[in-house]
Design a protein around this ligand. Structure first.
Ligand SMILES: Cc1ncc(COP(=O)(O)O)c(C=O)c1O
Length: 478
Protein backbone atom coordinates (compact mmCIF):
# COMPACT_ATOMS: atom_id res chain seq x y z
CA UNK A 1 0.00 0.00 0.00
CA UNK A 2 1.13 3.56 -0.63
CA UNK A 3 0.05 5.59 2.37
CA UNK A 4 -0.90 9.18 1.71
CA UNK A 5 2.00 11.54 2.20
CA UNK A 6 1.11 12.56 5.73
CA UNK A 7 3.40 15.58 5.69
CA UNK A 8 1.71 16.98 2.59
CA UNK A 9 -1.12 14.96 1.04
CA UNK A 10 -1.36 17.49 -1.78
CA UNK A 11 2.06 16.31 -2.94
CA UNK A 12 0.29 13.10 -4.01
CA UNK A 13 -2.33 15.16 -5.80
CA UNK A 14 0.38 17.08 -7.65
CA UNK A 15 1.98 13.82 -8.82
CA UNK A 16 -1.40 12.52 -9.95
CA UNK A 17 -2.03 15.70 -11.94
CA UNK A 18 1.39 15.51 -13.59
CA UNK A 19 0.85 11.86 -14.53
CA UNK A 20 -2.61 12.55 -15.97
CA UNK A 21 -1.33 15.58 -17.86
CA UNK A 22 1.50 13.65 -19.50
CA UNK A 23 -0.72 10.72 -20.46
CA UNK A 24 -3.51 12.93 -21.79
CA UNK A 25 -1.09 15.00 -23.88
CA UNK A 26 0.36 11.93 -25.49
CA UNK A 27 -3.03 10.47 -26.36
CA UNK A 28 -4.88 13.60 -27.41
CA UNK A 29 -2.08 15.02 -29.54
CA UNK A 30 -1.97 11.79 -31.55
CA UNK A 31 -5.76 11.75 -32.18
CA UNK A 32 -5.34 13.22 -35.69
CA UNK A 33 -3.21 10.29 -36.84
CA UNK A 34 -4.51 7.40 -34.73
CA UNK A 35 -6.85 4.76 -36.18
CA UNK A 36 -10.40 5.77 -35.29
CA UNK A 37 -11.87 2.27 -35.28
CA UNK A 38 -10.34 -0.15 -32.78
CA UNK A 39 -11.86 -3.49 -33.72
CA UNK A 40 -11.34 -4.80 -30.19
CA UNK A 41 -13.60 -7.68 -29.15
CA UNK A 42 -16.05 -7.70 -26.23
CA UNK A 43 -14.12 -10.66 -24.76
CA UNK A 44 -10.77 -8.89 -24.97
CA UNK A 45 -12.05 -5.82 -23.16
CA UNK A 46 -13.78 -7.91 -20.52
CA UNK A 47 -10.56 -9.85 -19.96
CA UNK A 48 -8.57 -6.62 -19.72
CA UNK A 49 -10.79 -5.39 -16.90
CA UNK A 50 -11.25 -8.59 -14.91
CA UNK A 51 -9.07 -7.54 -11.93
CA UNK A 52 -10.22 -8.46 -8.46
CA UNK A 53 -11.26 -5.62 -6.15
CA UNK A 54 -7.95 -4.13 -4.92
CA UNK A 55 -7.61 -4.42 -1.16
CA UNK A 56 -4.35 -2.51 -0.86
CA UNK A 57 -3.90 0.75 -2.75
CA UNK A 58 -1.13 2.06 -5.00
CA UNK A 59 -0.03 5.55 -5.94
CA UNK A 60 -2.35 7.50 -8.21
CA UNK A 61 0.17 7.48 -11.06
CA UNK A 62 0.47 3.68 -10.85
CA UNK A 63 -3.34 3.41 -10.80
CA UNK A 64 -3.52 5.60 -13.89
CA UNK A 65 -0.84 3.59 -15.69
CA UNK A 66 -2.66 0.37 -14.86
CA UNK A 67 -5.90 1.78 -16.26
CA UNK A 68 -4.18 3.00 -19.43
CA UNK A 69 -2.65 -0.42 -20.11
CA UNK A 70 -6.07 -2.08 -19.86
CA UNK A 71 -8.03 0.63 -21.65
CA UNK A 72 -5.64 1.42 -24.53
CA UNK A 73 -7.06 -1.07 -27.07
CA UNK A 74 -10.51 0.41 -26.49
CA UNK A 75 -9.65 4.13 -26.53
CA UNK A 76 -11.23 5.63 -29.64
CA UNK A 77 -10.05 8.92 -31.17
CA UNK A 78 -13.68 10.01 -31.31
CA UNK A 79 -12.71 13.57 -30.43
CA UNK A 80 -10.38 13.64 -33.46
CA UNK A 81 -11.02 14.91 -36.99
CA UNK A 82 -11.92 11.68 -38.79
CA UNK A 83 -14.69 10.44 -36.53
CA UNK A 84 -18.00 10.90 -38.34
CA UNK A 85 -20.13 8.42 -36.36
CA UNK A 86 -23.35 9.42 -34.53
CA UNK A 87 -23.01 13.15 -33.56
CA UNK A 88 -20.07 13.35 -31.16
CA UNK A 89 -17.88 16.45 -31.56
CA UNK A 90 -14.47 17.15 -30.04
CA UNK A 91 -13.02 19.47 -27.42
CA UNK A 92 -11.81 23.01 -28.11
CA UNK A 93 -8.63 24.13 -26.33
CA UNK A 94 -10.66 26.48 -24.12
CA UNK A 95 -13.08 23.70 -23.22
CA UNK A 96 -10.17 21.35 -22.42
CA UNK A 97 -8.62 23.91 -20.07
CA UNK A 98 -11.97 24.73 -18.49
CA UNK A 99 -12.87 21.10 -17.97
CA UNK A 100 -9.53 20.23 -16.39
CA UNK A 101 -9.77 23.09 -13.94
CA UNK A 102 -13.35 22.00 -13.18
CA UNK A 103 -12.16 18.54 -12.14
CA UNK A 104 -9.16 19.90 -10.27
CA UNK A 105 -11.10 22.46 -8.26
CA UNK A 106 -14.15 20.22 -7.74
CA UNK A 107 -16.52 23.13 -7.27
CA UNK A 108 -20.09 22.35 -6.29
CA UNK A 109 -22.21 23.55 -9.19
CA UNK A 110 -25.51 23.86 -7.37
CA UNK A 111 -25.51 26.24 -4.43
CA UNK A 112 -24.35 29.81 -4.82
CA UNK A 113 -23.02 29.72 -1.26
CA UNK A 114 -20.95 26.60 -1.93
CA UNK A 115 -19.28 28.12 -4.99
CA UNK A 116 -20.19 31.64 -6.04
CA UNK A 117 -17.65 31.19 -8.86
CA UNK A 118 -19.28 28.06 -10.30
CA UNK A 119 -22.85 29.28 -9.97
CA UNK A 120 -22.16 32.76 -11.28
CA UNK A 121 -20.30 31.18 -14.22
CA UNK A 122 -23.46 29.22 -15.02
CA UNK A 123 -25.54 32.39 -14.96
CA UNK A 124 -23.04 34.09 -17.27
CA UNK A 125 -23.01 31.09 -19.62
CA UNK A 126 -26.81 31.12 -19.67
CA UNK A 127 -26.72 34.74 -20.82
CA UNK A 128 -24.06 34.06 -23.48
CA UNK A 129 -25.86 31.01 -24.88
CA UNK A 130 -29.11 32.94 -25.22
CA UNK A 131 -27.30 35.74 -27.02
CA UNK A 132 -25.35 33.34 -29.23
CA UNK A 133 -28.49 31.54 -30.41
CA UNK A 134 -30.73 34.63 -30.40
CA UNK A 135 -33.06 33.40 -27.69
CA UNK A 136 -34.92 36.20 -25.86
CA UNK A 137 -33.03 37.41 -22.79
CA UNK A 138 -35.96 36.82 -20.41
CA UNK A 139 -35.97 33.03 -20.99
CA UNK A 140 -34.34 30.70 -18.45
CA UNK A 141 -31.23 28.91 -19.71
CA UNK A 142 -29.64 26.06 -17.84
CA UNK A 143 -26.84 23.60 -18.45
CA UNK A 144 -27.53 19.88 -18.32
CA UNK A 145 -25.64 16.63 -18.82
CA UNK A 146 -26.77 16.42 -22.48
CA UNK A 147 -29.71 16.75 -24.82
CA UNK A 148 -31.59 13.89 -23.18
CA UNK A 149 -31.61 15.85 -19.93
CA UNK A 150 -32.31 19.05 -21.85
CA UNK A 151 -35.36 17.32 -23.31
CA UNK A 152 -36.24 16.27 -19.77
CA UNK A 153 -35.98 19.90 -18.58
CA UNK A 154 -38.14 21.32 -21.38
CA UNK A 155 -40.69 18.52 -21.30
CA UNK A 156 -40.90 18.66 -17.53
CA UNK A 157 -41.75 22.37 -17.67
CA UNK A 158 -44.23 21.56 -20.45
CA UNK A 159 -45.82 18.77 -18.42
CA UNK A 160 -46.17 21.17 -15.50
CA UNK A 161 -47.77 23.85 -17.69
CA UNK A 162 -50.24 21.48 -19.36
CA UNK A 163 -51.12 19.86 -16.01
CA UNK A 164 -51.81 23.26 -14.48
CA UNK A 165 -54.03 24.18 -17.45
CA UNK A 166 -55.91 20.96 -16.73
CA UNK A 167 -56.35 21.94 -13.10
CA UNK A 168 -53.70 19.94 -11.25
CA UNK A 169 -50.04 20.25 -10.27
CA UNK A 170 -48.06 17.32 -11.76
CA UNK A 171 -44.96 17.90 -9.63
CA UNK A 172 -46.92 18.08 -6.37
CA UNK A 173 -49.78 15.69 -7.00
CA UNK A 174 -48.38 13.26 -9.55
CA UNK A 175 -50.25 12.09 -12.62
CA UNK A 176 -52.27 9.28 -11.15
CA UNK A 177 -56.01 9.91 -11.20
CA UNK A 178 -55.58 13.18 -13.08
CA UNK A 179 -56.53 14.01 -16.67
CA UNK A 180 -54.23 12.71 -19.39
CA UNK A 181 -51.52 15.01 -20.73
CA UNK A 182 -51.52 14.39 -24.50
CA UNK A 183 -48.19 14.52 -26.34
CA UNK A 184 -48.00 15.03 -30.11
CA UNK A 185 -44.86 14.78 -32.24
CA UNK A 186 -43.88 13.21 -35.55
CA UNK A 187 -42.67 9.75 -36.45
CA UNK A 188 -39.16 11.27 -36.38
CA UNK A 189 -39.15 12.13 -32.66
CA UNK A 190 -35.74 11.31 -31.19
CA UNK A 191 -35.47 8.35 -28.85
CA UNK A 192 -34.12 10.62 -26.10
CA UNK A 193 -37.36 12.65 -26.05
CA UNK A 194 -39.27 9.36 -25.85
CA UNK A 195 -37.00 8.32 -22.98
CA UNK A 196 -37.69 11.60 -21.16
CA UNK A 197 -41.44 11.25 -21.72
CA UNK A 198 -41.31 7.76 -20.23
CA UNK A 199 -39.41 9.06 -17.22
CA UNK A 200 -41.89 11.88 -16.73
CA UNK A 201 -44.74 9.40 -16.49
CA UNK A 202 -46.28 10.58 -19.76
CA UNK A 203 -45.61 7.22 -21.39
CA UNK A 204 -43.13 6.27 -24.07
CA UNK A 205 -45.95 4.67 -26.04
CA UNK A 206 -48.45 7.44 -25.51
CA UNK A 207 -46.88 9.88 -27.99
CA UNK A 208 -49.20 10.50 -30.93
CA UNK A 209 -46.83 10.33 -33.89
CA UNK A 210 -47.91 12.38 -36.89
CA UNK A 211 -46.56 11.44 -40.34
CA UNK A 212 -43.37 13.10 -41.59
CA UNK A 213 -43.06 11.80 -45.15
CA UNK A 214 -39.99 13.87 -46.05
CA UNK A 215 -38.55 13.94 -42.54
CA UNK A 216 -40.44 17.11 -41.55
CA UNK A 217 -43.78 16.87 -39.79
CA UNK A 218 -46.83 16.97 -42.10
CA UNK A 219 -48.53 20.18 -40.99
CA UNK A 220 -51.99 19.19 -42.23
CA UNK A 221 -51.76 15.93 -40.31
CA UNK A 222 -50.59 17.85 -37.23
CA UNK A 223 -53.54 20.20 -37.51
CA UNK A 224 -55.92 17.23 -37.73
CA UNK A 225 -54.29 15.52 -34.75
CA UNK A 226 -54.59 18.63 -32.59
CA UNK A 227 -58.20 19.12 -33.70
CA UNK A 228 -58.96 15.67 -32.29
CA UNK A 229 -57.68 16.68 -28.83
CA UNK A 230 -60.03 18.52 -26.53
CA UNK A 231 -57.72 20.25 -24.07
CA UNK A 232 -54.18 21.56 -23.75
CA UNK A 233 -51.39 19.58 -25.33
CA UNK A 234 -47.61 19.11 -25.35
CA UNK A 235 -46.09 19.28 -28.86
CA UNK A 236 -42.53 18.09 -29.59
CA UNK A 237 -40.92 19.47 -32.77
CA UNK A 238 -37.64 18.34 -34.31
CA UNK A 239 -35.00 20.83 -35.34
CA UNK A 240 -32.52 18.46 -36.88
CA UNK A 241 -33.67 14.86 -37.24
CA UNK A 242 -30.77 12.62 -36.27
CA UNK A 243 -30.51 10.57 -39.51
CA UNK A 244 -30.95 13.31 -42.04
CA UNK A 245 -30.73 16.65 -40.26
CA UNK A 246 -34.17 17.55 -41.66
CA UNK A 247 -36.06 20.24 -39.73
CA UNK A 248 -39.76 20.60 -38.98
CA UNK A 249 -41.24 23.87 -40.22
CA UNK A 250 -41.13 25.50 -36.80
CA UNK A 251 -43.26 28.53 -37.69
CA UNK A 252 -45.82 26.15 -39.21
CA UNK A 253 -45.86 23.94 -36.10
CA UNK A 254 -46.08 26.91 -33.75
CA UNK A 255 -48.85 28.63 -35.76
CA UNK A 256 -50.94 25.45 -35.49
CA UNK A 257 -50.13 25.02 -31.80
CA UNK A 258 -51.00 28.63 -30.99
CA UNK A 259 -54.35 28.23 -32.76
CA UNK A 260 -55.23 25.21 -30.60
CA UNK A 261 -58.19 26.47 -28.53
CA UNK A 262 -56.97 25.09 -25.16
CA UNK A 263 -53.36 26.02 -25.74
CA UNK A 264 -50.19 24.05 -26.38
CA UNK A 265 -46.63 23.94 -25.05
CA UNK A 266 -44.18 23.58 -27.94
CA UNK A 267 -40.86 21.92 -27.12
CA UNK A 268 -38.14 21.82 -29.79
CA UNK A 269 -35.42 19.16 -29.80
CA UNK A 270 -32.48 21.00 -31.36
CA UNK A 271 -29.67 18.86 -29.97
CA UNK A 272 -27.33 19.73 -32.82
CA UNK A 273 -29.75 21.62 -35.10
CA UNK A 274 -29.59 24.76 -32.95
CA UNK A 275 -26.14 25.43 -34.39
CA UNK A 276 -27.75 26.10 -37.79
CA UNK A 277 -28.40 29.53 -36.26
CA UNK A 278 -24.67 30.32 -36.48
CA UNK A 279 -24.41 30.24 -40.27
CA UNK A 280 -26.09 32.61 -42.70
CA UNK A 281 -26.46 29.59 -44.99
CA UNK A 282 -28.64 27.58 -42.60
CA UNK A 283 -30.12 29.95 -40.02
CA UNK A 284 -33.49 30.01 -41.84
CA UNK A 285 -33.97 26.35 -40.85
CA UNK A 286 -34.67 27.61 -37.34
CA UNK A 287 -37.02 30.44 -38.26
CA UNK A 288 -39.61 30.72 -35.53
CA UNK A 289 -37.70 28.82 -32.83
CA UNK A 290 -37.84 31.85 -30.54
CA UNK A 291 -41.65 31.45 -30.56
CA UNK A 292 -41.39 27.99 -28.93
CA UNK A 293 -41.81 27.36 -25.20
CA UNK A 294 -38.72 25.25 -24.59
CA UNK A 295 -35.64 24.15 -26.52
CA UNK A 296 -33.21 21.30 -25.88
CA UNK A 297 -29.63 21.35 -27.14
CA UNK A 298 -26.25 19.77 -26.60
CA UNK A 299 -22.88 21.28 -25.78
CA UNK A 300 -20.85 18.06 -26.09
CA UNK A 301 -21.84 17.84 -29.76
CA UNK A 302 -21.34 20.95 -31.86
CA UNK A 303 -20.16 23.30 -29.10
CA UNK A 304 -17.21 20.90 -28.83
CA UNK A 305 -16.92 20.77 -25.04
CA UNK A 306 -16.26 17.49 -23.18
CA UNK A 307 -18.91 15.09 -21.96
CA UNK A 308 -21.22 15.46 -20.40
CA UNK A 309 -22.70 18.79 -21.32
CA UNK A 310 -25.93 20.16 -22.75
CA UNK A 311 -28.23 23.12 -22.29
CA UNK A 312 -31.90 23.94 -22.33
CA UNK A 313 -33.90 27.12 -22.81
CA UNK A 314 -37.35 27.59 -21.26
CA UNK A 315 -39.57 30.60 -21.96
CA UNK A 316 -41.51 30.65 -18.68
CA UNK A 317 -39.60 30.38 -15.46
CA UNK A 318 -42.57 29.52 -13.22
CA UNK A 319 -43.59 26.08 -14.53
CA UNK A 320 -39.92 25.08 -14.71
CA UNK A 321 -39.31 26.28 -11.17
CA UNK A 322 -42.44 24.56 -9.83
CA UNK A 323 -41.39 21.38 -11.59
CA UNK A 324 -37.90 21.11 -10.10
CA UNK A 325 -37.71 23.30 -7.00
CA UNK A 326 -37.47 21.18 -3.85
CA UNK A 327 -36.18 23.37 -1.02
CA UNK A 328 -34.71 22.00 2.20
CA UNK A 329 -33.85 23.88 5.36
CA UNK A 330 -30.22 22.74 5.40
CA UNK A 331 -29.70 24.04 1.86
CA UNK A 332 -31.20 27.49 2.38
CA UNK A 333 -28.87 30.39 1.81
CA UNK A 334 -28.84 32.50 -1.30
CA UNK A 335 -32.10 33.70 -2.83
CA UNK A 336 -33.78 30.59 -4.27
CA UNK A 337 -33.61 31.67 -7.88
CA UNK A 338 -29.79 31.90 -7.74
CA UNK A 339 -29.27 28.26 -6.80
CA UNK A 340 -29.30 25.98 -9.80
CA UNK A 341 -31.15 22.94 -8.49
CA UNK A 342 -34.44 24.78 -8.97
CA UNK A 343 -34.11 24.49 -12.76
CA UNK A 344 -32.70 20.99 -13.34
CA UNK A 345 -33.35 17.40 -12.22
CA UNK A 346 -30.14 17.13 -10.15
CA UNK A 347 -29.16 18.76 -6.88
CA UNK A 348 -25.35 18.46 -6.55
CA UNK A 349 -23.86 18.76 -10.01
CA UNK A 350 -20.64 19.27 -11.90
CA UNK A 351 -19.71 22.90 -12.50
CA UNK A 352 -19.96 22.27 -16.23
CA UNK A 353 -20.49 25.94 -17.01
CA UNK A 354 -16.74 26.51 -16.60
CA UNK A 355 -15.76 24.50 -19.70
CA UNK A 356 -18.49 26.18 -21.73
CA UNK A 357 -17.42 29.62 -20.48
CA UNK A 358 -13.75 29.02 -21.32
CA UNK A 359 -14.63 27.61 -24.74
CA UNK A 360 -16.88 30.51 -25.72
CA UNK A 361 -14.31 32.98 -24.39
CA UNK A 362 -11.53 31.30 -26.41
CA UNK A 363 -13.49 30.83 -29.65
CA UNK A 364 -15.69 33.90 -29.52
CA UNK A 365 -18.98 33.97 -31.41
CA UNK A 366 -17.00 34.49 -34.59
CA UNK A 367 -14.90 31.39 -33.96
CA UNK A 368 -18.04 29.30 -33.55
CA UNK A 369 -19.63 30.81 -36.66
CA UNK A 370 -16.50 29.94 -38.66
CA UNK A 371 -16.41 26.44 -37.20
CA UNK A 372 -20.04 25.78 -38.16
CA UNK A 373 -19.37 27.08 -41.67
CA UNK A 374 -16.32 24.80 -41.94
CA UNK A 375 -18.42 21.82 -40.84
CA UNK A 376 -21.07 22.73 -43.44
CA UNK A 377 -18.40 22.95 -46.15
CA UNK A 378 -17.15 19.51 -45.11
CA UNK A 379 -20.63 17.97 -45.01
CA UNK A 380 -21.78 19.45 -48.28
CA UNK A 381 -18.54 18.63 -50.07
CA UNK A 382 -18.97 15.00 -48.98
CA UNK A 383 -22.66 15.00 -49.97
CA UNK A 384 -21.78 16.34 -53.48
CA UNK A 385 -19.09 13.71 -53.81
CA UNK A 386 -21.62 10.98 -52.90
CA UNK A 387 -23.98 12.36 -55.53
CA UNK A 388 -21.33 12.24 -58.24
CA UNK A 389 -19.68 8.95 -57.27
CA UNK A 390 -20.91 5.74 -58.96
CA UNK A 391 -22.09 2.97 -56.64
CA UNK A 392 -23.32 5.20 -53.80
CA UNK A 393 -26.32 7.46 -53.31
CA UNK A 394 -27.72 9.98 -50.85
CA UNK A 395 -30.81 8.60 -49.13
CA UNK A 396 -31.82 11.87 -47.46
CA UNK A 397 -31.24 15.51 -48.20
CA UNK A 398 -28.32 17.03 -46.28
CA UNK A 399 -29.68 20.40 -45.16
CA UNK A 400 -27.14 20.71 -42.31
CA UNK A 401 -24.23 18.61 -41.10
CA UNK A 402 -25.52 15.05 -41.40
CA UNK A 403 -25.04 13.08 -44.61
CA UNK A 404 -27.09 9.88 -44.86
CA UNK A 405 -26.14 7.65 -47.78
CA UNK A 406 -25.73 4.05 -48.89
CA UNK A 407 -23.94 1.79 -51.32
CA UNK A 408 -26.00 0.67 -54.34
CA UNK A 409 -24.17 -2.45 -55.52
CA UNK A 410 -25.37 -3.69 -58.88
CA UNK A 411 -27.40 -6.87 -59.13
CA UNK A 412 -28.42 -7.05 -55.46
CA UNK A 413 -32.02 -6.93 -54.26
CA UNK A 414 -33.04 -4.65 -51.38
CA UNK A 415 -32.38 -7.26 -48.68
CA UNK A 416 -28.90 -8.00 -50.00
CA UNK A 417 -28.23 -4.27 -50.45
CA UNK A 418 -29.14 -3.70 -46.80
CA UNK A 419 -26.74 -6.46 -45.76
CA UNK A 420 -24.03 -4.99 -48.00
CA UNK A 421 -24.42 -1.64 -46.24
CA UNK A 422 -24.36 -3.18 -42.78
CA UNK A 423 -21.18 -5.05 -43.73
CA UNK A 424 -19.74 -1.84 -45.13
CA UNK A 425 -20.24 0.01 -41.84
CA UNK A 426 -18.38 -2.74 -39.99
CA UNK A 427 -15.63 -2.79 -42.62
CA UNK A 428 -15.16 0.99 -42.55
CA UNK A 429 -14.99 0.97 -38.76
CA UNK A 430 -12.44 -1.86 -38.83
CA UNK A 431 -10.37 -0.09 -41.49
CA UNK A 432 -9.67 2.65 -38.95
CA UNK A 433 -9.02 5.60 -41.26
CA UNK A 434 -12.48 7.14 -40.81
CA UNK A 435 -15.39 6.19 -38.57
CA UNK A 436 -19.01 6.13 -39.77
CA UNK A 437 -22.13 4.71 -38.11
CA UNK A 438 -25.08 2.80 -39.49
CA UNK A 439 -28.79 3.40 -39.27
CA UNK A 440 -32.11 2.34 -40.72
CA UNK A 441 -33.70 5.10 -42.77
CA UNK A 442 -37.11 4.73 -44.42
CA UNK A 443 -36.93 1.00 -43.73
CA UNK A 444 -33.50 0.40 -45.26
CA UNK A 445 -29.94 0.17 -43.99
CA UNK A 446 -28.11 3.45 -44.38
CA UNK A 447 -24.80 5.01 -43.37
CA UNK A 448 -24.54 8.28 -41.49
CA UNK A 449 -21.70 10.76 -41.38
CA UNK A 450 -21.91 13.73 -39.00
CA UNK A 451 -19.63 16.74 -39.39
CA UNK A 452 -19.37 18.60 -36.12
CA UNK A 453 -15.75 18.31 -35.00
CA UNK A 454 -13.90 21.64 -34.81
CA UNK A 455 -10.66 20.13 -36.20
CA UNK A 456 -12.00 18.34 -39.31
CA UNK A 457 -10.75 19.70 -42.64
CA UNK A 458 -11.44 18.95 -46.30
CA UNK A 459 -8.31 16.74 -46.22
CA UNK A 460 -10.08 14.53 -43.68
CA UNK A 461 -13.15 14.48 -45.93
CA UNK A 462 -10.91 13.32 -48.80
CA UNK A 463 -9.66 10.46 -46.58
CA UNK A 464 -13.28 9.53 -45.81
CA UNK A 465 -14.05 9.48 -49.54
CA UNK A 466 -11.05 7.20 -50.24
CA UNK A 467 -12.23 4.84 -47.52
CA UNK A 468 -15.77 4.75 -48.93
CA UNK A 469 -14.38 3.97 -52.38
CA UNK A 470 -11.87 1.34 -51.15
CA UNK A 471 -14.32 -0.50 -48.91
CA UNK A 472 -17.00 -0.49 -51.61
CA UNK A 473 -14.56 -2.01 -54.12
CA UNK A 474 -13.34 -4.58 -51.61
CA UNK A 475 -16.85 -5.70 -50.63
CA UNK A 476 -17.97 -5.89 -54.22
CA UNK A 477 -15.18 -8.33 -55.02
CA UNK A 478 -16.02 -10.54 -52.06
C1 LIG B 1 -31.94 15.20 -32.07
C2 LIG B 1 -31.29 14.62 -30.86
N1 LIG B 1 -31.89 14.76 -29.66
C3 LIG B 1 -31.35 14.26 -28.53
C4 LIG B 1 -30.17 13.57 -28.56
C5 LIG B 1 -29.63 12.99 -27.28
O1 LIG B 1 -28.45 13.61 -26.93
P1 LIG B 1 -27.54 13.11 -25.71
O2 LIG B 1 -27.05 11.76 -26.10
O3 LIG B 1 -26.48 14.13 -25.65
O4 LIG B 1 -28.37 13.07 -24.49
C6 LIG B 1 -29.50 13.40 -29.77
C7 LIG B 1 -28.24 12.64 -29.85
O5 LIG B 1 -27.71 12.38 -30.91
C8 LIG B 1 -30.07 13.95 -30.95
O6 LIG B 1 -29.47 13.83 -32.14
Amino acid sequence: MTPPNSANPFQDVAQAMDAAHAAARELVLTFPTRPVGRGVTYDAMEAAFDDMLPIEGVSASVALDEWLVRAEPGIVASAGPRFFGWVLGGVTPGAMAGDWITSALDQHGMLWASSPAAVQTEHAVARWLKEMFEIPADWVATTTSGATMSNMVGLSAGRQWVGEQLGFNPALDGLSGNPLIPVVSSTEIHSSAIKALGHLGLGKRAVRKVAAPDGAIDLTALEQELASIDGPVLVVANAGEVNSGVFDDLNGVIDIARAHPSGAWVHVDAAFGLFARLSTRTRQLLDGIERADSIASDAHKWLNVPYDSGFAFVRQKEPLFRSFSSPAAYLAGAPLELDLDAYVPEMSRRARGIAIWCSIKQMGLRGYQEMVDRCLDNAWSFASWIESEPGVELIAPAPLNIVCWRYTPEGLDETATDQFNRDAVAAIQADGRAFVSGTVYRGHAGIRCAFDNWTTTLDDVAILESVVRDIGAKLRTT
